[in-house]
Design a protein around this ligand. Sequence first.
Ligand code: GAR
Length: 210
Amino acid sequence: TSKIVVLISGSGSNLQAIIDAVKAGQINGEICAVISNRPDAYGLTRAENAGIDTLVLDHKAFDSREDYDAALMEKIDAFNPDLVVLAGFMRILTPGLVQNYLGRMLNIHPSLLPKYQGLNTHQRALDAKDKEHGVSVHFVTEELDGGPVVLQAKVTIESDDTAQTLAQRVHQQEHIIYPLVVQWFCEKRLTMETDNAVLDGQVLPKQGAT
Ligand code: GAR
């Protein structure tokens, strides 16, 4: 079984979806630790309730991004994970950290990448009068929110949508696709090869698996 470390900053609803999928036997893996950069992240409570080791590494205690990421890497590597899952971990990563986990670090981003990298994705999709919006799971590379996409889910934007209602529907999709991608990785069906996501031996297209 694969060893997984999950990094969070907040509510941890994606963490919960992955915890549930592990419990249900859908994911052949074990979450060995949950690490948060925020001491008050509710996801820490979710992990504790599931009997998972938790660790807080507060970025405010560090002088530089490099120092923080070096300390974070040391904490992660102590668990010797096969996979690092970013689940609402709201920090920009240094190139050194990204390189260290290349091909074994996944992120979920609330937009149909390459659209809307960065923050406030729901409002930006509304402002652009997009007809659809969604979420992407991708491998992490040095380009922020730019690594190869593994899987996307779409939601239709309704005329009365607000950023809140849209976020809610995107979240429902997140909780379906993130456990599925983690499952593929743990089954060794999913790899990253020279900046491409590869599933069952097939290089995935830009929008991920279809
Ligand atoms: C999710 O919507 C995720 O897509 C987003 O943060 C939220 C975390 O929710 N991630 C990013 O914006 C990354 N830049 P959660 O804590 O309930 O899983």
